[in-house]
Design a protein around this ligand. Sequence first.
Ligand SMILES: C[S@@+](CC[C@H](N)C(=O)[O-])C[C@H]1O[C@@H](n2cnc3c(N)ncnc32)[C@H](O)[C@@H]1O
Length: 298
Amino acid sequence: MTVAHSLNSIGSMLIKLWREKTSVRRDDWFKLVCESYEHPPVFHKGVELPGFPPDSIQINTTGKAGVGTLMEAFVFYQDCQETFAALGKPLSEVDKLLDFGVGWGRIARFFLSEMPLENIFGVDVMAEFVDICKKTFRSDNFYVTSPFPPTALPNGVFDYVVGYSVFSHLSEKACHEWMSEFHRITEPGALIALTTRGRPFFDYCESLKDKGFGGYRDALSIMFSDFDEARARYDRGEFVHSNANGVTGGGAMTSDFYGETFIPEQYAREAYAEMFFLERFLFDSSRQSHPIMFFRRR
Ligand SMILES: C[S@@+](CC[C@H](N)C(=O)[O-])C[C@H]1O[C@@H](n2cnc3c(N)ncnc32)[C@H](O)[C@@H]1O
């Protein structure tokens, strides 16, 4: 067994113990956030939990609405919470967190379990989403950004950056520039959690070929002219991205920076090594739809 494997299994054991110790409280937290969707207003530590945009916006951005979409977000939050603790930096109320590509705040709201509203920030390219967050969170900590940095955020202020389903879309250049920006705005030792497309997504997209679903699913099925070649590049540790017709997001999401992105573990470890150490590449496809790359800022 290699040192990396031993560290990984010690990490998994710590996470299992943490999950057993805390599952009741965190199930309650999930129920409370669901309650804020089903029967608002709901309060936590005296603060009203954020509201929601109409179901149509939730579905357009995440494919689901209500409890279904919250469950996916909760699994990510839980993986972050547990892994941050296992890496020796548990979430705390004095820390500051940036949700990169915050959308309508699906992910950010879960961190209110540990952190006060004033320490949670978000950026997004879509002004409409930033407006939704400002209104539903009743906070001015949400900002519109250009597709490429810099942001106006100050140097060295954040302890955590999370980004769900954003590095699963950005081009290699955009990812690299955003990693440099995260390096600038975080303090040494900060933890970064970013999801990307996993290897099984190649197979899923290929399986859609000639099924005639139309729209996005058809576009996914032909985004690579040769899926075997794309998988081989991934297996060699290369960054794999497609900006073929139909897989760019539309609107503000243009093909010069947006599409479908698969970042393999080896690439994540090597490409940003001067700025970040890859602590963990977490992917359990039985419960996660996206692998998570956990980095520590050098
Ligand atoms: C698939 S959505 C995920 C939203 C949110 N993270 C969630 O999980 O609910 C991707 C989000 O990233 C935003 N986005 C795309 N490109 C971006 C960029 N270059 N900088 C910041 N945000 C970006 C989009 O506007 C969108 O809100």
